[in-house]
Design a protein around this ligand. Sequence first.
Ligand code: AHR
Length: 492
Amino acid sequence: MKTKLFVDKNLKIGPISDRLFGSFIEHLGRAVYTGIYEPGHSLADKDGFRSDVIDLIKKLNVPIVRYPGGNFLSGYNWEDGIGPKNDRPTRLDYAWQTIEDNQFGTDEFMKWCQKANIEPMMAVNLGTGTPKDAGNIVEYCNFPQGTHYSDLRIKNGSKQPYNVKYWCLGNEMDGPWQIGHLSAQDYAKKALETAKIMRWVDPSLKLIACGSSGAEMPTYPDWDRIVLETLYDQVDYISMHRYYWFQDTLENFFASYKDMDDFIHTIRATADFVKAKKRSKKTMKISFDEWNVWYLNEWKPAGWQKAPHILEDQYSLKDALVFSGMLNTLVNNADRVEIAALAQLVNVIAPIFTKENGGVFKQTIFYPFYAVSNYGRGEALRCIKTGPTFDSKYGATAYVSESVSFNETKREIAVFLVNYAKEAMDIELELRSFGAIHALDHLLLHHDNLDIKNTFEHEHVKFTKGALPLIKDALAELKLEPLSYHVLRFKY
Ligand code: AHR
């Protein structure tokens, strides 16, 4: 089998926003407690933040993290998580049916972000919360001083405002599972009033409206249209969420990257429809603020405990291949998707996995995220691809998923390829528009066992060095192993 990729420097999709490599920490399972925060751990700093986890997050080069949820958000009173720790209430979290003792809250998150070089992205509760509660938390975080909530922040130890720019107006409000679920009309109304208050407190905010929680939602894409018809002028982004898991055939699972692309195209079209209807000059951007492989059919409540072992998916090579295709889809839509959040970052459906009082390991999905986040920044290019396809429930899908970017300052090209075929694939990569090129590196993710997973003891799936492509007159040729992921870097 052979796939040809024609790449031209002028066929630009657009600049890749750094925020495309964001992630997400929710008060869920062990994401916070024994994930990023474990006072008493031998590697915890004086604030209780695990330094081994921060080190890995820095390796992933994550620029922005969404917090505090997720479904948890819709039952959360942010005021429970501030002030002296002994005075903070212990509550039932209805979303995941766990106990939340609020020992980690807004101020701890801000401090952790500063240490991990991360920009905070906050979400306000539009399930059980009110528009006024949302105004209050913006006042707490961003108002300089001299008011009730800004002075409370100062009393709690932060003289300087946090100046949080990105705010989500609720979470998955289209989902019947959401605490305080609303119809599209009711959500739009509530979000509009909330946005007005939040912007009165801080006019510089960037606001994200809840879009559909997935393409399988019965309200999709009407939800997005109705929400945008009301909120178009008040918000800067519409959110998208999507999870895939192996359900029936490998073909259907591998075609997830195509379905995700179709989903993005529908939301773009829906937003553009509203833009036309409103005669607006503004183009609505997308915040794809939850995406991953997640075996969500396997989640069961663990009873009312603090930080239970829930949603601790262990990822195989197969999952990492699907994950890599999803990353390619995000890059290939870089002109619209300006923010994305890998859901999530630590322990809960995450690339980083910790043991309480113990070590940490990198899941299989760590590697593709690491590669694209570190080497894929710059300008995204649209490829012209010819090659074999396979049938799936999402339609004909190319065996090779690709994304290409280049960085004019470093004069580097990065090519990310997934081969979903069970046999080797010849690749012909045309890079003539860059002039003379030479190959810098070839990182390869491959194992004979598609179901193999990493553990604390063995990192079975990790990057190895692949053979450098053969370059003849700016035509790079190489063979991809069956069921494999490749990162190729060139200098021009
Ligand atoms: O990331 C796990 C959950 O998935 C989030 O809490 C929710 O927003 C989504 O359904």
